[in-house]
Ligand binder design. Structure first.
Ligand SMILES: Cc1cc2nc3c(=O)[nH]c(=O)nc-3n(C[C@H](O)[C@H](O)[C@H](O)COP(=O)(O)OP(=O)(O)OC[C@H]3O[C@@H](n4cnc5c(N)ncnc54)[C@H](O)[C@@H]3O)c2cc1C
Length: 401
């Protein structure tokens, strides 16, 4: 699958920080993790912490899946609002999903501290009503989150103007969000895991999987055999070749990074993350090195050649979108890129066993919250492997309907 094109900012900035070998022999382990992006790296971290030997095998160079294209906003708010998710899957499950994402932010912060990764910054997050008609929805969403104990405030139009300087009919301000560099975090997780005994191979493709009663036997495309008790599929959007869930939707999304700029005296409250109600939504955040990342302008198809032709045009559109909100900030787009994106109807990840593949667990953080979902999936799958019954919350399971 063609996952991205153009110049993803993290990849331009950090290039190839570490090298990993190809697998050139047969191996045996407890858990084989197919995929070495953020999901595979976090799964290996959790397994290692639990004392379970693991091997990571990635068909690409490490990090060059969707992970290097990420704009790295960490939010508990998923693409489907809590009120809409409640209508869809019931209050208990919707609230449980939101709470897990909320907690994931603190957990990711602890992991970054533990591995010594300087790529985690607490931020607040602003969810804007894009249109007047969304004002009522935003108000209800705010009231529900407040009632359930989420740390949120409601901003009316005057407050948005005062704090941010632009017009919006209303907004929810959340004091729980963060930003990272997903690509570098992935590498630093692998480096930490390697020191703890994990073997990480790239340019090694899991090609043929044979499911046994007591494990799996995998043949790599390069001609080697990996025997494992369990297989974790952290293969990102390419997992769609294994599963046929009707709820998967393919999109192409776009992002741009500005030139480094001066934001002194600018009214961007607390440099918060910004996103909004319309679909596709626009989102933006300042980086630590004084750039601004803006993303959105999605197209509802997967067609890499059509997708890639639009990179420059979409970069200009995102620059204009940004300038409408902050006309006084001199945003000049320097890098533009595009990525394929899969979302689910309910905005939730797919985690756990797919019945057709015994002793195999999927960690698929589809949707806009791939990073928090990756943490949640890693924790759940490790719990399953440790023998915990009913570890997969029903709202994340395959076949949830
Ligand atoms: C433009 C863009 C912006 C985004 N912004 C955000 C954001 O702000 N916040 C957020 O939370 N999420 C964001 N996301 C989503 C996030 O980037 C992804 O959810 C996340 O990176 C997925 O990580 P992963 O490890 O699951 O998948 P990947 O990074 O794609 O890793 C999967 C790996 O599996 C490997 N693989 C596949 N098949 C095999 C096989 N058979 N054998 C061996 N290896 C295999 C691939 O080579 C790949 O490297 C964004 C995505 C895009 C495209």
């Amino acid at each position: 699958m063609d996952l991205h094109a153009g110049y993803p900012y993290s990849l331009v900035k950090y290039g190839l920080p570490f090298n990993y070998p190809r697998l050139d022999h047969d191996v045996k382990t407890d858990v084989l993790i197919a995929g070495g992006g953020i999901s595979g790296a976090l799964a290996a971290y959790y397994l290692t912490a639990a004392g379970i030997p693991a091997i990571v095998a990635d068909s690409r160079t490490i990090g060059l899946g969707s992970t290097c294209a990420s704009t790295s906003l960490i939010q508990y708010e998923i693409d489907v609002s809590l009120s809409r998710l409640t209508n869809r899957i019931g209050e208990k499950n919707a609230v449980a999903a939101y709470r897990l994402c909320y907690e994931a932010i603190g957990v990711l912060e602890k992991i970054c501290k533990k591995i010594g990764a300087p790529f985690f910054d607490r931020r607040d997050s602003l969810f804007l009503a894009s249109y007047k008609k969304d004002q009522e929805w935003i108000r209800k969403e705010y009231a529900l989150r407040k009632l359930l104990g989420f740390d949120v405030s409601y901003w009316d139009d005057a407050m948005v103007k005062d704090k941010m300087g632009f017009d919006a009919p209303g907004a929810i301000y959340s004091r729980m969000a963060a930003q990272t560099d997903t690509y570098m975090l992935t590498h630093l997780l692998h480096q930490y895991n390697i020191k703890k005994g994990v073997e990480v191979y790239d340019r090694t493709t899991v090609a043929d999987i044979s499911h046994q009663r007591n494990g799996v036997i995998v043949h790599t495309q390069e001609g080697h055999r990996i025997k494992a008790k369990y297989l974790i599929m952290a293969t990102g959007y390419e997992a769609s070749q294994y599963i046929r869930e009707p709820l998967l939707k393919l999109r192409s999304t776009y992002a741009t990074a500005s030139e480094s700029l001066q934001m002194d005296g600018c009214c961007w409250h607390n440099n918060c993350l910004i996103w909004e109600t319309k679909d596709p939504y626009l989102y933006m955040r300042p980086t630590k090195d004084n750039r601004i990342l803006v993303g959105g302008r999605d197209e509802y198809y997967y067609n890499p050649s059509r997708r890639d032709k639009l990179i420059s045009k979409k970069g200009k559109m995102l620059q204009e979108d940004f300038n409408k909100k902050f006309p006084h900030i001199r945003f000049i787009s320097e890098f533009q890129w595009t990525g394929t994106f899969i979302s689910t109807d309910d905005g939730l990840p797919l985690i756990g066993n797919y019945p057709a593949m015994p002793r195999t667990y999927f960690a698929l953080g589809f949707g806009g919250n791939g990073i928090t979902f990756a943490q949640i999936a890693a924790e759940i799958i490790t719990a399953i492997i440790l023998g915990k019954k009913n570890a997969v919350p029903q709202m994340f399971a395959f076949g949830r309907g």
